[in-house]
Design a protein around this ligand. Structure first.
Ligand code: PHE
Length: 348
C-alpha cells in the first residue's frame, strides 16, 4: 500500500513520462538516438522497469490503475520504436534513388557477336553470282584419292606436273586435296552435260609458309560443259564475275599457261585496279595483275568422265579466294587468314 498522496504523484509521473516519450521519439534523427531512447525506457535500468518495481508495493486497486498506465507507456514506446525502424528501412531506398543516378535513356550494352570470316563472306558472294548464271554449287571430300585429284585430271603417275602441287600424302595412300578440281571430276562423273557448276572449298599444299604462301587456303573452281563451248564463253563468264566482285568494268587479258587438265590453258590477268593500268607497286609497274588460271577442258579429262570430247567441250577455271580478299582489302600477308587474330578479323 502506497500512501495516497505519493500514489497520486506517481500516477502523474507516469503520465508525464508517456507524453515526454512521444515528443522525445518524434525528434529521433538516427540509429544511435533511437537506441539510447530504447534503453532509457525499456532497458534493464530503464523507466518502465523501475515502475514495474514499484507496482509490487501497491495494493490490489492501486496495482491495476498504476499497472495499466505503465503497460500503456511500455506499449507506446514499443510502437514508436517499430515505427522508427520501419521508416529507416524506407529511407534507405529513398537514399539509393536520390544518390545513385540512372540515365534510363542511355543506350544499353550490346553484347559482342561474331561474324563470318572474310573468306566465307566472299565465297558466299561468289556462289550467289554463279547461281544467278545458272551454276550449281558442288561439294566434295577434303581427303581425296589419287585418281580424283590427279589421274582423272590427266596427271598420270610419275608425270612431272605432279611437282606443280606439293602434296600432303596420308599413310593410307590417300591425300589432302591440292585443288577442288577433284570435286569437278566427281561432278562430271555423276551428271552428264549440259553442266555448269562451281566447287568452293579448302585445299592443302605441302609448302613452307611466308607472306604469300599458305599450306591451307581456299578456292572456287568452276566449269561449264556443253556443245560448242569455247574460250569466248570463258571470257564472258569471267568478266561478269569480276564486274560483280569489284563492282566495275574490269579489263582482262589471257596469256598462255600450262595445266595438264586444260588445252589450251591460260593465265587470266586483270587490268590493275589500283593504277588503272599505268603501273604501280601493286602490279609491279606492269599494269596487269595475275588473277586466275583457266582453259578449255582437256579431251582426256572428258574421256575419264565418260563424256565424248567430239560432241562436248568445256572450260574450267580456278580462283584463289585468299588472293581475292587480299586484293580487295589491300592485305599484305596471307598468314593472317588462319592466325585467329581477332584484331585482324574484327575489321570485316
Ligand atoms: N586446279 C588448278 C590449281 O589449283 C587451277 C586451274 C583450274 C587451272 C582450272 C586451270 C583450269 O592450281
Amino acid at each position: 500500500m502506497i500512501e495516497t498522496n505519493t500514489f497520486e504523484n506517481l500516477l502523474k509521473d507516469v503520465k508525464i513520462a508517456t507524453e515526454k516519450a512521444t515528443s522525445e521519439f518524434s525528434n529521433v534523427a538516427n540509429n544511435e538516438e533511437l537506441e539510447s531512447l530504447r534503453s532509457k525506457y525499456l532497458g534493464k535500468k530503464g523507466i518502465v522497469k523501475e515502475y514495474y518495481g514499484i507496482v509490487s508495493n501497491c495494493d490490489k486497486d492501486q496495482k491495476s490503475t498504476f499497472g495499466n498506465l505503465v503497460n500503456e507507456l511500455r506499449q507506446l514506446v514499443t510502437r514508436l520504436i517499430n515505427i522508427h525502424t520501419e521508416s529507416q528501412k524506407a529511407n534507405r531506398f529513398t537514399d539509393i534513388a536520390t544518390t545513385e543516378w540512372i540515365d534510363v535513356t542511355a543506350p544499353g550494352h550490346v553484347p559482342p557477336t561474331g561474324h563470318l570470316h572474310p573468306i566465307t563472306q566472299i565465297q558466299y558472294e561468289i556462289e550467289s553470282i554463279f547461281r544467278s548464271m545458272g551454276f550449281q554449287v558442288f561439294d566434295g571430300p577434303q581427303v581425296e584419292d589419287d585418281y580424283h585429284n590427279f589421274e582423272a585430271l590427266n596427271i598420270p603417275q610419275d608425270h612431272p606436273a605432279r611437282d606443280m602441287q606439293d602434296t600432303f600424302w596420308l599413310t593410307n595412300g590417300r591425300l589432302l586435296r591440292t585443288h577442288t578440281s577433284s570435286v569437278q571430276i566427281r561432278a562430271m562423273q555423276a551428271q552428264k552435260p549440259p553442266l555448269r557448276g562451281i566447287s568452293p572449298g579448302r585445299v592443302f599444299r605441302y609448302e613452307a609458309t611466308d607472306a604469300s604462301h599458305e599450306n591451307t587456303f581456299y578456292q572456287v573452281e568452276g566449269l561449264m560443259v556443253d556443245k560448242n563451248i569455247s574460250v569466248a564463253e570463258l571470257i564472258y563468264v569471267m568478266k561478269v564475275l569480276l564486274k560483280e566482285i569489284f563492282q566495275r568494268e574490269v579489263k582482262v587479258r589471257l596469256r598462255p599457261g600450262y595445266f595438264p587438265f586444260v588445252e589450251p590453258g591460260f593465265e587470266l590477268d586483270i587490268n590493275c585496279l589500283i593504277c588503272g593500268g599505268d603501273g604501280c607497286p601493286v602490279c609491279k609497274y606492269e599494269g596487269w595483275v595475275e588473277l586466275l588460271p583457266c582453259g578449255a577442258i582437256h579431251p582426256n579429262v572428258l574421256k575419264y568422265c565418260d563424256i565424248d570430247p567430239t560432241v562436248y567441250t568445256g572450260f574450267a577455271f580456278g580462283l584463289g579466294l585468299n588472293r581475292l580478299v587480299m586484293m580487295r582489302y589491300g592485305i599484305n600477308d596471307i598468314r593472317y587468314f588462319q592466325s585467329g587474330n581477332l584484331q585482324f578479323l574484327e575489321q570485316f
